[in-house]
Design a protein around this ligand. Structure first.
Ligand code: PMV
Length: 322
């Protein structure tokens, strides 16, 4: 029923096999399939209510007014599907450092897709919700699902969707996010992937390799093989970042603090503490580890970083209505 306020919660996800490049920019059809872990610590709560008295969408993020054309365009997709013209009040509370390579857009658009579509009177299943979330941000496709989730590349709007790989997660797996910078990123993922796909001479090899990495990680999940999952996720992340270095113009998300964390992970590993790192379109590093090693890793990190910068997270749930 139009006029009812609907609130949804979506968690972020961190890709173990990264999405980096679009085949279709308008529909956000990716150049490769990707696979992620949804995290319980970082999430977005979004309320939507359609209101006949409005002459534009009214949006707040953490109670500050935002004027973002992307959000209006996204709401237009919902309005078109629901065959309505009414504008909405949208209130979003983000429990993720915004735009710092911690995939805040993933939880934001997954929560907006769920709350917005239901408030508009649509009753979408999870696959269709993921297709809708995809139109806001590619990584949001996977945040509809809890635990291990994937985004099937597909070739068009119908066939490019998210799905669950395993939820609840059987593997003992955690991520420790080290917040090195919570400022919005300088080169958006949208811009970065476009430069990579258009100019990196290694882009074709990336597609071939990442398709293999997808299968390796899928098998590792099935076989509960943490070592193979961690190793492959770390390699896949660095393979993605090598595309940024080999682009014209070349750019880099890794800064000196990120390098320091990477070296700490290597040192921990040499000392028998099994852990791996991954990074997205920002300097923050995420460490993949098992429960027994969390203390050893956070102890080491606290030599250099404050407690506020270190966030430990386990697997999170899929979309839910509050
Ligand atoms: O969907 P976007 O625009 O937030 O891009 C996500 C890009 C990466 O986080 C680097 C990789 C991924 O698959 O999440």
């Amino acid at each position: 029923m139009l006029g009812e306020k609907i609130t949804a919660r979506a968690h972020t996800n961190i890709a173990l096999v990264k999405y980096w490049g679009k085949e279709n920019e308008q529909l956000i059809i990716p150049a490769n399939s990707s696979l992620s872990l949804t995290l319980d610590e970082f999430y977005t709560d979004t309320s939507v209510i359609f209101d006949e008295s409005l002459d534009s969408d009214v949006v707040t993020l953490n109670d500050n007014a935002v004027n973002d054309e992307k959000i209006t365009k996204f709401m237009d997709i919902i309005r078109k599907n629901a065959k309505i013209n009414t504008f909405a009040r949208i209130r979003s509370i983000n429990h993720v450092p915004t735009s710092a390579g911690l995939a805040s857009s993933a939880s934001a658009y997954a929560a907006l897709a769920a709350a917005g579509s239901k408030a508009a009177g649509l009753n979408l299943n999870e696959r269709d919700l993921s297709r809708l979330a995809r139109r806001g941000s590619g990584s949001a496709t996977r945040s509809i699902f809890g635990g291990f989730a994937a985004w099937n590349k597909g070739n068009d709007d119908e066939s490019s969707y998210g799905y669950s790989i395993q939820n609840p997660v059987k593997m003992d797996i955690n991520m420790i996010a080290i917040i090195l910078d919570n400022q919005p990123k300088k080169i958006s993922s949208r811009k970065g992937m476009k430069i990579s796909i258009e100019t990196s001479p290694y882009y074709e090899s990336w597609i071939k390799q990442t398709t293999e990495d997808f299968q390796t990680i899928k098998d590792a999940i099935k076989e509960n093989d943490f070592t193979n999952l961690g190793k492959t996720a770390e390699l896949n992340a660095m393979r993605m970042h090598s595309l940024t270095l080999s682009s014209d113009p070349s750019y880099l998300y890794i800064n000196s603090d990120s390098l320091e964390v990477i070296n700490m992970v290597k040192e921990l590993r040499e000392n028998g503490v099994e852990c791996y790192y991954t990074m997205d379109a920002g300097p923050n590093v995420k460490i993949i580890c098992q429960s027994d090693n969390i203390n050893a890793i956070t102890d080491k990190l606290s030599d250099k970083f404050t407690n506020d910068q270190i966030k430990v997270s386990g697997p999170g749930e899929g979309i839910k209505y509050l």
